[in-house]
Design a protein around this ligand. Structure first.
Ligand code: CA
Length: 239
């Protein structure tokens, strides 16, 4: 059973930690537990979990510092769990390299859904490697040709829209902050640029609108950023 995903739970609240352990166990995941930042880093380095669930408010260390340390040697998905409602904490964690976030109180179903997204990203990366073609539902990107298609028809994108799409596609399942996107696409960041980014994303999302998709390709996280969602296979390919 060594191929069952190993999840590291970092949480100082024993009740929440135990609830998560029981939940993961009943869902067939393996897990390790850490009650503080120091334990988290030891567990992460010695057991190399597939995903880390990280409470931001820990007694000994800032969650953001744990992410920064972990990111020097691992690309494993990190899902931040925060009791703090301030978006700034989540943004800081995402900018430090976290993949996703959950706000307490959260439902067990929500936790499991986010975990599946993180694991899918991990599997997609492992399977496709440095693939020249990106496929997601009815959307495909031919990186070599520099074009994107929806239902096999080329989408007419401006150069910036295309670069935005590629950036989101290469990070499918991961929440990208405004700050990160602006730095990657324009090389700089000022607060006023977030307004222009919003406009670019609105037109890009419109061009990606697809009748068969139950949910949009690009998910907006208000005050935080955007995420490319993995779509199921297109309807026309279903048996
Ligand atoms: Ca805590």
């Amino acid at each position: 059973m060594g191929n069952r995903p190993l999840i590291l739970v970092v949480e100082d609240d024993a009740a929440v930690r135990n609830l998560m352990a029981v939940t993961l166990d009943t869902q067939g995941y393996r897990y390790r537990l850490a009650a503080n930042g120091a334990e988290a880093l030891i567990e992460a380095s010695t057991h190399q979990p597939d995903v880390m669930l990280l409470d931001l408010g820990l007694p000994d260390m800032e969650g953001v510092d744990i992410i920064k340390k972990a990111r020097t040697w691992t690309a494993m998905p990190i899902i931040v769990i925060s009791a703090r409602s301030e978006d700034a904490d989540k943004v800081e964690a995402l900018d430090a390299g976290a993949d996703d976030y959950l706000t307490k109180p959260f439902s067990v179903d929500e936790l499991l859904a986010r975990l599946r997204v993180a694991l899918r990203r991990l599997n997609a990366e492992g399977a496709s490697g440095q693939s020249a073609i990106y496929e997601n539902g009815s959307l495909s990107i031919d990186y070599a040709a520099g074009c994107a298609c929806l239902h096999g028809e080329e989408i007419h994108l401006t150069p910036i829209e295309y670069r935005l799409l590629c950036l989101l596609a290469k990070n499918t399942g991961k929440v990208l902050t405004h700050n990160y996107i602006l730095k990657e696409i324009w090389g700089s960041y000022t607060a006023s640029d977030v307004g222009s980014l919003r406009v670019f994303m609105a037109t890009l999302r419109k061009k990606l609108q697809s009748g068969d998709a139950a949910q949009p390709y690009i998910q907006t996280h208000i005050g935080i950023g955007y995420r490319m969602l993995r779509q199921d296979r297109p309807m026309e390919d279903a048996p």
